[in-house]
Design a binder for this molecule. Structure first.
Ligand code: DX5
Ligand code: ZN
Length: 228
């Protein structure tokens, strides 16, 4: 049973001087979800944007807002990210001592709950919360920056998470260094949601985004037995 294929452009790689327009362009170009990377300069060595920015760009697309929190602590901010218009809120296993509580809190806010694993964290770290999540996000780079190279061991971890999910309705998402060249291997291992920043936003205009998204989708559809 395959979950739908999702291409989720990360606007971290977009032109921040016209963020609303970039969200609209990538929506029109065929994005399934909009991936939002929130960084605090503490959990990760970079600072991006917060709930007010997400609220400001919310009107530019009706697509799923997939918010990836790379912040610690996260609990005090979950409500703000829910109110800003996130549909999915993902927190990191490594971000705090009370992962179970954070996931419960996200669901209590009426949002889909995701859990993310850094490259050095094994799949087993989420075994005890697997029934509390709608999505597992496997980091295939060390979080903090776009434009890094895909870490190959993520492929094995995708398969391990898929086994752990054991047919539950959980999206398996991969984030970092995803391109049309590795999308087939990622999909073959069992991921259905592919985040891509630089590989989508290269070219800088809607026509380029459309071609870039189509190339990733085409590559990922192959091993799924889907023709696009
Ligand atoms: C990294 C972020 C990613 C990143 C992906 O911390 O979580 O979403 O923006 O960018 P690319 O696709 O350029 O690796
Ligand atoms: Zn991300």
């Amino acid at each position: 049973m395959l979950r739908p294929l999702v291409i989720a452009p990360s606007i971290l790689a977009s032109d921040f001087s016209k963020l609303g327009e970039e969200v609209r362009n990538v929506d029109r170009a065929g994005a399934d979800w909009i991936h939002l990377d929130v960084m605090d300069g503490h959990f990760v060595p970079n600072i991006s944007y917060g709930p007010d920015v997400i609220k400001a760009i919310r009107p530019y697309s009706k697509k799923i807002f997939d918010t990836h929190l790379m912040i610690a602590p996260c609990d005090p901010y979950l409500e703000a990210f829910a109110k800003a218009g996130s549909d999915i809120i993902t927190v990191h296993v490594e971000a705090g001592p009370h992962l179970h509580r954070s996931l419960q809190a996200i669901r209590a806010l009426g949002k889909k709950a995701g859990v993310s694993l850094n490259p050095a964290t094994p799949a087993l770290a989420i075994e005890h919360v697997i029934d509390l999540v709608d999505l597992v996000l496997i980091m295939s780079v060390n979080p903090g920056f776009g434009g890094q190279t895909f870490i190959p061991s993520a492929i094995e971890k995708i398969a391990a998470v898929r086994a752990l999910a054991a047919g539950r309705p959980i999206d398996i998402e991969v984030d970092g260094g995803v391109t049309a060249d590795n999308a087939a291997a990622i999909a073959a291992a069992g991921a259905n949601a592919l985040v891509a920043g630089s590989a989508v936003f290269k070219g800088g205009n809607e026509a380029a985004y459309k071609a870039n998204i189509a190339a990733i989708r085409h590559a990922a559809a192959g091993p799924r037995g889907e023709a696009v």
